[in-house]
Design a binder for this molecule. Sequence first.
Ligand code: HEC
Length: 202
Amino acid sequence: MIGKSRLFSRSLCILAIVGICTMAVGTVSVIGDNRTKEGKALKPRVVADLFHAVVSANRAVYSQVVVNRLMLHDKVIKASEHFLEEKALPLPAQMFRLGAELAAEKNRKVFYSLHSYWPLNKLNAPGSEMEKNGLAFVTVKDQNFYGEEVIDGIKYFIAVYPDRATDQSCVQCHNNHKDSPRRNFRLGEVMGGVVIRIPFGE
Ligand code: HEC
């Protein structure tokens, strides 16, 4: 039974990464070799912005074309946090995390994750000092944050992008979730942030 669910979770990871790669065809070459024709390196900020555009588009498409269509419109299958037990679709944030985990396992170069000061899943609380600063900045200012940090001797460029409650379902689900540390999110408010980390320099 455990083997079966591992296999299922692995297949979901693979599906997630295939989706990201398909949408990232234009960007992968930028990340793999970040030099322009003139030999100039792309700024880490540009690479982070491109990467953010891809992962965000993927999350939005999964929400609209898979979850909302099949659950709300066609009513053929629901999405649930306990998707394995309930044979349901994973939530967009779970799909995002599964993809991010597989990407980190395979690539070890670019890392991305979804965080919040009020996480439903404790794994999504901010970790490093820079992550905490970036998340505080995007939450208060509702603007992108860019910085640098060193982890285990490696220098990283870090970018944090505000993650807004774009529709009422974000607010409803988070405010009513049993593990939510906060119950007064409002439509349009920044609920957390997407963190992207790229190694650079020596
Ligand atoms: C049906 C419930 C549900 C809906 C709707 C929903 N979320 Fe979440 N969200 C979750 C769950 C559960 C997690 C934790 C996923 C995980 O295990 O990483 C999560 C994770 C997050 C996180 C990372 C921090 C945390 O809370 O763990 C952010 C930020 C977030 N969601 C924002 C949003 C936004 C913005 C929307 C709307 C566009 C949204 N969520 C819609 C349930 C929901």
